[in-house]
Design a protein around this ligand. Structure first.
Ligand code: DC
Length: 222
C-alpha cells in the first residue's frame, strides 16, 4: 500500500512547509488537503455564495471537478480545468474553507479524491483528519501543533514577506475562530488520533521538526 505519513494539526502549525520538506527528502508524494478545501471555498466565493445556508451543495459539488497535478514537486489544484493554486492562500479563502469543511457532502467528495491520489504511493499527506479518517492505516501519524501566539506570528510574518499588510491581533482572532470551527464541527473534527505522535513546534525550527519526523520514520522502518 505504500508508506503513508499523516500530518494533522491546527492552522498555522507549519504542516504544509514541514510535510513538503519531508516528502522531498524521502522522495514521497506530497498531498496538501487544505488546498482542496480552499479550492472548494474559492468555487463557492466565485459563485457568490458566502455561507452554506440555503446553498444547493449537492448541485455545487456536481459542478466542481477538482484535480491535483505536480510541477517540480509543487502541488497544483486544478478546478474545472483552471489552475487556481495562486488564489488559494488568501485569508478570505481560508475563512470560507473552514466553513465549507463542515459539510458532509464536500468532505466525502474530497476524501475520495485524497484516498484515490494516495493509492499505492508513498505519501506525506497533511490536513485535519488524515490520521483519523482519510488514512487511518497510515504507518506514521504526527499531530503537529504550536501555541496560538506562535501560529499567529508565523502567519503574520508569512504575509509580511509577501508584502501583504496585516494586523497580528486580527490574525490571532481568525486563527481562533478557525480552530473552533475545525475542532468543534460534527463531522471529522480536528483531533489527535490515538496513535499519533504529538510534536509541539512552538520552540522548534523548521529543520528541527523535519529532522524529528524523519527520525521517527527511520525508527519505524528499522
Ligand atoms: O490547512 P489549511 O489552512 O489550508 O486548511 C483550510 C481549511 O480546510 C481549514 O480551516 C480546515 C479545512 N480542512 C479540513 O477540514 N480537513 C482537511 N483535511 C484539511 C483542511
Amino acid at each position: 500500500m505504500g508508506y503513508k505519513i499523516a500530518i494533522d494539526g491546527p492552522a498555522g502549525a507549519g504542516k504544509s512547509t514541514i510535510a513538503k520538506m519531508i516528502a522531498e527528502k524521502l522522495d514521497f508524494i506530497y498531498v496538501d488537503t487544505g488546498a482542496m478545501y480552499r479550492a472548494v471555498a474559492y468555487f463557492f466565493i466565485h459563485n457568490g455564495i458566502e455561507n452554506l445556508d440555503g446553498a444547493n451543495v449537492k448541485l455545487m459539488c456536481a459542478q466542481m471537478d477538482i484535480r491535483i497535478s505536480y510541477e517540480e514537486g509543487n502541488q497544483n489544484v486544478i478546478l474545472n480545468g483552471k489552475n487556481v493554486t495562486g488564489y488559494l492562500r488568501s485569508e478570505e479563502v481560508g475563512k470560507m474553507a473552514s466553513i465549507v469543511a463542515v459539510n458532509r457532502e464536500i468532505r466525502e467528495k474530497l476524501i475520495d479524491l485524497q484516498r484515490y491520489i494516495s493509492g499505492e504511493e508513498d505519501v506525506v499527506m497533511d490536513g485535519r483528519d488524515i490520521g483519523t479518517q482519510v488514512l487511518p492505516d497510515a504507518q506514521l501519524k504526527i499531530y503537529l501543533t504550536a501555541s496560538i501566539d506562535v501560529r499567529a506570528r508565523r502567519r503574520f510574518e508569512e504575509l509580511e514577506e509577501k508584502g501583504v499588510s496585516a494586523n497580528i491581533e486580527d490574525i490571532k482572532a481568525d486563527i481562533e475562530t478557525r480552530d473552533k470551527n475545525d475542532m468543534n464541527r460534527e463531522i471529522a473534527p480536528l483531533c489527535q488520533a490515538e496513535d499519533a505522535i504529538l510534536v509541539d513546534t512552538s520552540e522548534m525550527t523548521i529543520d528541527e521538526v523535519v529532522a524529528k519526523i524523519i527520525s521517527l520514520y527511520k525508527g519505524n522502518c528499522s
